[in-house]
Structure formats: C-alpha cells, structure tokens
Design a binder for this molecule. Structure first.
Ligand code: FES
Length: 413
C-alpha cells in the first residue's frame, strides 16, 4: 500500500503536533513568545480570570476527557494529587516567567503532570506547538543533558487532526479550552511504560517460551490511541469536535463577560449601551496609500502587526485589515451590531471577535458563527510587492449598495 501526497501532508501536520525530544543545542535560548501580552489586569480581575480558567479546564475534564476515559491516567493522577495545574496570565510577552515555572515544577517530583494554562492569549496552533517544544527544550537544557525532566504535549483549542488513523486523531483529544502547556515527567513516563507493553520487555529466560507463546499486546501508547479512536468513532468524531468547540466557545464567552463586567462604571454610564465601557479605537482611519487600476494600496505588509486589526479608509469605505501569517483579510471596518470599529476586535484563531458584545466574524467569509445571519462585508485583498491591496470595484459596489451605512468615524455603540 502506498501513501498518497495528501496522506503524507496530513501525517506531517500530525507529526508536528507530537512531542519531540529536545536535544539540539541551538534551542537552549528562551524562545520568542508567539502571542501578545494581555492588557494590565486589576488584582480582582486577575483572580476572576484564574478561577474561570480552572473552571473551564474542569469542564473539559469532567464533561469530556474523564467520562470517556480518553486519558486513562487523567482521573487517577488528579485524585492522587500527581497533576498540578497553574494558570499563567501572560501580562508580559516573555518566556522567562514560563521557564521559571518549568524549573519550579522540575524540583517537585510529586507532580507527574504539570499543566500551565494561558487563558485569553491569541496564538495559532502551529506557533503554539513550536513554542511549547522550544520552551521545554530550553528548560530541559538549562538543567543539563543528563537531567532532562519533562516531555511536552502542547494542548490548544484548534489543533489540527485527521480521522485517518488512531494516531492522527490524537490532537483532537488535546483540544483544551485554552492554550495549555502539558509537561509530563520523563521518569514517570518511563515507569508507566515499563513492563506494560512498551517496546522494551524484560523476560526471565526461563519464561521465554511461555512469553513467546502468548499473543502479543500492542504497545501501551498504541492501545490508548486505538481505544480512543474506537470511542470517538462510537460517539461520532464530528460530535466530539463540536463538544470541544462548545467548551472553548463557552470559555471565551466567560472571559468576555469578565472583561465587560470589569469596565469602569463611569464609562459604561456615558453611552447608550452599557457595554460601551470597553476602550474603543477613536483614532481616525489611516488613508490608503494610493489607487492604481481599480485597486487600492492600503499599507506596506511590514507595517501591519500580525493578528491585530488596523483601520483604513479607501475610496470612502472604512475597512479593517487583519494580517494572519502571510495572508491579509480586509473586512468592512464597522461591527454590524452597533457600529464599533472592528479595529477594536480580537483575532481568535480564524475569527474576528468584537469585544463590545462578543459578535464574531469568520475572517475567511465575514459570516458570524455565534449570531446566525450576522455578517460583515469582506473584500478581495492580496499582497503584491510588499503592499496590501484591496479590490477597488468591490469597495465601490459596497459604497453604492450601502448608502445608509454609517459615515466613517460615526460611533453609535
Ligand atoms: S458593537 Fe456590539 S458586538 Fe460589536
């Protein structure tokens, strides 16, 4: 049987999600952090978010992982106190505090599994996987080659998976509500696998014949993957994915509610909508650079920070421009709910979420998942010669058919 290019690509994607042993010397430095720092939080808000993050993780364990035994060690480890959970609020975009947690955890052998939960950060799954691996490599190497303590399993709400085989499905079970670093103590792993179907089996020579006559058990890791695959198939893989997506969406809603509730009451009272309390972008939209052949050059790609919407004005239409890796998305710049600038919005995986009342819009389509029927206009956009371009005909068509839309600069939150 040969492997098709599509299957190979799928396998590569899956392999990238699996822990690798960190050994290369160039990974010793603390890795760059692939997400922005959270805004400064008050002590009360910090405590509320930490509690919410633990509650979100509890729901993942209690509603999903443990009832179906997707991780046969999760419940026992938790009850025996071998699992430690830490909520880390990334108020600084630096790896150093995480490395300090690593070192702290490494010195506490009672904990076989350490989960560091980072609520509210925005990070793509691939960048998260790389970061977790490099961070773990740096932590292990800082202790010296002979003292590597942890393997890592990056957990993230949008890990890519495939149902092609039991191994390819593993990332689905690792879709936790928040990006989470899971460190597993290497000596605990060795104990777990010793004599339980790992690739090393120790047999008394006098029992060799009897051992060889017994049916071979598949290795433990393989058996778990197969059991999970069978369980997920029985439940329905789409259903499993939906359950996990619902848990992640509910987590995000809780954080949004906490942030909204934390807004200063004076600001809330100032506007018609009580949710106006969040900061809104009051700077005027930046004018497009120039127009050429029915297309508008909005900005140099390098001037756009990744995953941070920016507002521009082109042909009289306010647009929100979002750079994700080396792609750009250009959407109408105002939230269809109450006209907030979408430059206020945050990018959550593949969606733009307006922070004022939580309406969300797919970057690829402009459609909302959370508010059926809601949509924000999207314009064809591309990168050429280092510049971000948007289609001038589409802008004109939008202007003609939306004479009633708010004038740029209007705020009716
Ligand atoms: S203004 Fe209400 S969700 Fe955007």
């Amino acid at each position: 049987m040969t492997t098709s290019p599509a299957e190979l690509a799928q396998l590569r994607a899956i392999l990238a999600t699996l822990p690798r042993r960190p050994r290369s010397p160039e990974t010793t430095a603390a890795p760059a952090v692939p997400f922005d720092a959270l805004p400064p939080l008050t002590p009360a808000l910090r405590a509320a978010i930490e509690a919410a993050a633990l509650a979100n993780n509890d729901r993942y364990l209690e509603a999903f992982l443990e009832p179906h035994s997707f991780c046969p060690f999760a419940r026992g480890g938790r009850l025996r106190g071998q699992t430690r959970r830490i909520v880390h609020l990334a108020e600084r975009a630096e790896a150093a505090p995480l490395l300090a947690l690593f070192e702290d955890a490494a010195r506490e052998p009672a904990h076989a599994v350490i989960q560091v939960i980072l609520p509210m950060i925005e990070v793509a799954p691939e960048a998260w996987i790389r970061f977790c691996q490099d961070l773990t490599a740096a932590g292990n190497q800082a202790r010296g080659e002979a003292q590597a303590v942890f393997a890592v399993a990056p957990l993230h709400p949008a890990l890519r998976y495939s149902s092609a085989n039991p191994y390819a499905l593993i990332p689905l079970f690792r879709r936790t509500p928040d990006p989470t670093i899971q460190w597993v103590r290497l000596d605990a792993l060795a104990r777990l696998y010793a004599g339980r179907g790992s690739d090393k089996v120790y047999v008394d020579p006098e029992e060799l014949d009897g051992y060889l006559a017994r049916p071979r058990k598949s290795p433990l890791f393989e058996r778990i993957a197969e059991t999970n695959h069978a369980m997920a198939t029985r439940l329905g893989i789409d259903e499993v994915e939906r359950t996990l997506r619902d848990l992640a969406d509910a987590a995000r809603r809780r954080y949004t509610q906490l942030l909204l509730g934390a807004a200063p009451p004076g600001r809330a009272a100032a506007g018609g909508c009580p949710h106006r309390a969040l900061a809104t972008d009051t700077s005027p939209p930046r004018p497009a650079l120039f127009a050429r052949d029915d297309r508008w050059a909005l900005a140099a790609l390098d001037d756009l920070p990744p995953r941070a919407p920016r507002r521009f004005l082109a042909d009289g239409v306010e647009v929100a421009v979002v750079r994700v890796d080396d792609r750009v998305h250009v959407l109408h710049g105002r939230c269809p709910h109450r006209n907030a600038p979408l430059s206020d919005a945050v990018v959550e995986v593949d969606r733009l979420v307006c922070p004022h009342h939580g309406w969300d819009f797919q970057l690829a389509t402009g459609h909302s998942q959370g508010v059926p029927g809601a949509q924000v206009a999207r314009f064809a956009a591309w990168i050429d010669d280092g510049l971000v371009w948007v289609d001038g005909r589409e802008l004109r068509g939008f202007r003609a058919s939306h004479a009633e839309v708010f004038e740029p600069g209007d705020d009716v939150l």
